[in-house]
Structures are given as structure tokens and as C-alpha cells.
Design a protein. Structure first.
Length: 254
């Protein structure tokens, strides 16, 4: 669930990636929803109420923003490397247009150098990427489930007594319930961040339209309009990228 297999090279890529980090091939996009037994409605309501005041007002922590930016940058680098690799492959098929052999060789060399630079940048970023809280808790939950399954297997093979089995089963199930609670609370936090970003995106879009109207009515010069427009569009792009990454986090680990 947390990984994808590249259809080109067969290697495993991180979930959420659009391009393979090894060969640059575009990966198939599939929505993979984490499924589990649903708790009672009354339990869900109590957990939502428990985090409503905190998550509804909490700003996205700086460390989370940083991790989202790293993931976005990595995907951009892989996408650029993929495009350059395809361009190199196309050029290797033969000369085209009015270009000398020397210019042709220099262009391929420059492209290959850029690809090498991108690979290095990717490795540097990968070292900085850490699991987001929802992913970390989901993996912890799966590990506990696997531990319980293993305990049942050992018990069925009569390697441990009933007393030992019951003691560990209760211990693991209690721990698992605690992790499930943390998981639901963390999911509420992420969904509250998504709501904040959606509101922020809408506000920026409305400001852009208002700015355009002011420009068209002659309230501001072309230079002033373009400067403010560029700044707003950068903010809009950053907001959209963060929003998409958080949605991926919920799809895969919620």
C-alpha cells in the first residue's frame, strides 16, 4: 500500500511519487485508500470532539511544511530528469535540423551533466525526507497487527501456554487501541490543515481576481499589477502543492 512498482525497471518507488526515482518512468496513479474496521459512531464523535478545539485552530507546523516542500522538490527533480532522459534518447537516434556534430555532442554532454546533477540533488533530498506523523502511526499500527497475528500463530502451534497467550494478547490489543486513537486524532489534524489550505487557496484566487479588476479599471499600472500578480501566484502554487501532498497523505495513510 505504501509503495509502487515501476512498470519499466521493476524497482520499488515511494508512494505518492509520479515518476520512478531510478529510471524516471512515469508511474501509474492509483488511489489507494487505507481500510480498516470502523469504530462505533459514538467513539468517532468523542475523538472528533477531543481534537476539535486544537486541530481547528492549529497552524501547520514548520517541520511538516518543510517535509511537504522536500517531497514536492523531489518530484520536480525526478520529472525534470525524466524529460531530459527522453530528450537524450531522442537525440541519440540521430542528427536532426541544422546542427553540427560538435554542437550535437556538446548538447548531449550538457544534458547528461544536468541529469547527473539532478540525481545528486535527489539523493541529497531523500536523506532529509522523514515519514509524516500519519504515515508513522499507520506503520506502527500495522506492526502491532502483525505482532498479534504472529502471537496467534505461535499459540495455535502450541508453543506457548494459554495463560501466556492471553496475557500478551491483552497487552498487544491495549497498545493497538491506543495507537488507533492516536491515528484518528492525527488524521483529524491533517484534515484540519487541508481545510485551512483550501480556505487560503480560495482567498488567494479571490484576491487575484480582485487585483485583475483593479488593473482593468486603471486603478494600478501594468508594472504594479504584474508584480503583485506574480507574488500572489507564487503563494497560490505553494498552497496548492501543500494541499495536494496532504491529500496524498490522507489517501495512503488515513
Amino acid at each position: 500500500m505504501s509503495e509502487k512498482v515501476c512498470p519499466s525497471c521493476g524497482k520499488t518507488a515511494r508512494a505518492g511519487m509520479k515518476y520512478c526515482m531510478y529510471c524516471g518512468e512515469k508511474l501509474e496513479e492509483k488511489d489507494e485508500w487505507f481500510s480498516e474496521e470502523k469504530p462505533e459512531e459514538s467513539q468517532l464523535e468523542s475523538f472528533h470532539e477531543a481534537v476539535e478545539e486544537i486541530s481547528g485552530k492549529e497552524e501547520i507546523p514548520e517541520d511538516i511544511k518543510y517535509q511537504l516542500e522536500l517531497r514536492t522538490k523531489l518530484e520536480e527533480l525526478i520529472g525534470e530528469r525524466s524529460e531530459l532522459t527522453r530528450e537524450i534518447d531522442k537525440m541519440m537516434e540521430g542528427l536532426s535540423g541544422d546542427i553540427s556534430i560538435e554542437e550535437y555532442r556538446n548538447k548531449i554532454k550538457n544534458l547528461k551533466n544536468r541529469v547527473a546533477e539532478l540525481k545528486k540533488e535527489e539523493k541529497d533530498i531523500e536523506k532529509l525526507i522523514k515519514p509524516l506523523p500519519l504515515e508513522k502511526i499507520s506503520k506502527e499500527k500495522e506492526e502491532l497487527k502483525a505482532r498479534l497475528d504472529k502471537l496467534k500463530e505461535v499459540y495455535r502451534s502450541k508453543e506457548i501456554s494459554n495463560e501466556t497467550f492471553e496475557k500478551l494478547r491483552k497487552e498487544y490489543e491495549k497498545e493497538l487501541e491506543g495507537v488507533k486513537k492516536k491515528h484518528r486524532i492525527e488524521k483529524d489534524r491533517v484534515e484540519s490543515w487541508i481545510a485551512q489550505l483550501e480556505k487560503e487557496r480560495k482567498n488567494i484566487q479571490e484576491t487575484l481576481e480582485l487585483l485583475y479588476a483593479r488593473h482593468k479599471t486603471g486603478e494600478m499600472s501594468e508594472e504594479e499589477y504584474q508584480k503583485k500578480k506574480e507574488e500572489l501566484e507564487k503563494n497560490l502554487n505553494r498552497t496548492q502543492i501543500s494541499l495536494e501532498n496532504l491529500r496524498i497523505e490522507v489517501r495512503q495513510w488515513g
